[in-house]
Design a protein. Structure first.
Length: 104
């Protein structure tokens, strides 16, 4: 019998649910903030840096492609670049295949 009284709602009808709703919203807000600052924001920063790198590539730059291929930029177009890999062998790649630019 005491167990049933302990589980029954309070007689004033307040229910006590308002506090749990606020704490749940605060918890969801905290989780969103953690995801934003730990995952979304750094990823956006890396994407901006990568876009800046790809737009700054010029003819004559030494580059490393995502496949690990080293070469020199021989020509540029809007979406592609011509890479000289040695012995006057030139290959056409998408600009997004450039992983990094080697600074001398």
């Amino acid at each position: 019998m005491d167990l049933l009284l302990a589980m029954a709602p309070p007689p004033d009808g307040s229910g006590g649910g308002g506090g749990s709703l606020i704490s749940t919203l605060i918890m969801f807000g905290a989780i969103f903030a953690i995801f934003y600052f730990m995952i979304i924001r750094p990823q956006q920063k890396r994407a901006k840096e990568r876009e800046k790198l790809l737009s700054a590539v010029q003819k004559g730059d030494k580059v490393v492609l995502t496949s690990g291929l080293y070469g020199t930029v021989a020509g540029l177009e809007e979406k592609t670049c011509l890479i000289d890999v040695g012995n006057n062998v030139k290959m056409k790649f998408d600009r997004s295949a450039i992983a990094s630019v080697i600074k001398d």
